[in-house]
Design a protein around this ligand. Structure first.
Ligand code: GLA
Length: 376
């Protein structure tokens, strides 16, 4: 059969992301410090001459729909990342999309907390924007991708993942102000240290429900704070002293969440300065503090992640370690002396297996550029 395609299509390379510090801060309007990475989702997209769209994934199978018919949320989880983006594009640019074929392959492990989902959303968004000349800005595409996750997948995520995946650059970290979306690129210069991700290979099914609960708890904290201090629009802006002064008014867990957010935002700003000054050891010490906060105050860690961070505490060659991303599984991110990387991996794999009877997967990452499009 002759393929029903135009001669030219595009190849989209869309990266995952890491986050050095500033966890669970994006939806609280504070600062985060992510970067795009060199592991990517690849999408080959061709226009067809009709109105039918076919999307196939090496891992997830194939599905299709007519672009002129109303879209529906799918019962197959991953399809909703794509459908949600297309829905957003159609709302902004009615009648401007035609039929296409898209084949997807990925180097990004799913459930590892390195944003395979944002990589897919932003790849589809930027790819179709290019192919169909939709003329949407990067910020519009980021917002469409984020809202796909809210409306089609049900994760009330912040903006960090989609922003880093789209705007990342080689050898750079982004200091992103999640309130204004202003950002600054700083050199990802880790001196003699390497970034090592240790994938716990667990993904506890609390991820989505607990994530949305944390958001709601932060909203509740802000509301109570605003009764006394109506000038604050975002929880990340509220200083620790004010949260302490309202301890009696804030329910126990809500108080803990607010305290974590305020401290983490301050920590992220401090960490960004330390990175710029080349003080990697001091930067790493803040990563440990973040883990402590995520585990004890924000309560989004799990025994596997606590164990992996705990393993590194007495190792002078590891200067920073913490859980990364939404939590309840996925990876820890570690700053490790270059010549100790293999030792850490060997030791961690052995001890993790002994403790949980689960294989640990190391992932060595470099910072990389955001979504890129070439002709295929
Ligand atoms: C997930 C979300 C992000 C962010 C992180 C936690 O990755 O998608 O928006 O909230 O968790 O920092």
């Amino acid at each position: 059969m002759i393929p029903n395609r135009n001669a030219t299509g595009i190849l989209v390379k869309s990266p995952g992301r890491i986050n050095l510090i500033g966890e669970h801060i994006d939806y609280n309007g504070g600062y985060v410090l992510p970067a795009a990475i060199n592991l990517k989702v690849s999408l080959k997209i061709y226009k067809t001459e009709n109105t039918y769209c076919t999307i196939s994934s090496k891992h997830g199978g194939t599905f299709g729909f007519d672009i002129q018919q109303p879209l529906e949320i799918s019962s197959t989880h991953w399809e909703n990342y794509v459908l949600g983006v297309i829905d957003g594009l159609l709302k902004k640019r009615p009648n401007q999309l035609g039929g296409f074929e898209c084949s997807i392959s990925s180097e990004l492990p799913i459930g590892a907390g390195i944003s395979s989902s944002a990589a897919l959303e932003c790849g589809v968004a930027k790819g179709l924007n290019h192919l169909f000349d939709l003329n949407l800005s990067d910020i519009e595409l980021i917002e469409i991708s984020r809202m796909a996750e809210h409306n089609y997948v049900g994760n009330k995520c912040g903006v960090m993942d989609q922003f880093a995946v789209t705007m990342g650059q080689n050898n750079k970290l982004l200091i992103l102000n999640c309130k204004s979306l202003e950002y600054q690129l700083i050199d990802a210069d880790f001196s003699t240290f390497k970034i090592v991700l240790l994938n716990s290979n667990v993904s506890h099914n609390l991820v989505s429900s607990e994530y949305n609960t944390r958001r709601a708890e932060c909203g509740q904290a802000l509301k109570i704070i605003q009764e006394q201090h109506p000038n604050f629009d975002f929880l990340a802006d509220v200083p620790e002293t004010i949260i302490e002064s309202l301890k009696e008014k804030l329910p126990g867990k809500v108080y803990q969440r607010a305290l974590y957010v305020s401290r983490e935002n301050a920590r992220t700003l401090k960490a960004a300065s330390l990175m710029q000054e080349g003080k990697i050891e001091s930067f790493g010490a803040l990563m440990y503090q973040t883990h402590e906060g995520l585990s004890k105050y924000y309560e989004v860690s799990c025994p596997e992640l606590d164990f992996l961070v705990g393993l590194t505490l007495d190792l002078p060659q590891v200067v920073g370690s913490r859980m990364m991303g939404g939590g309840f599984g996925g990876c820890t991110i570690n700053l490790v002396k270059e010549d100790f990387v293999q030792n850490l991996i060997d030791m961690a794999q052995m001890q993790y297996k002994k403790e949980f009877d689960i294989e640990l997967t190391p992932i060595l990452v470099e910072t990389s550029s955001g979504v890129e499009i070439t002709n295929s």
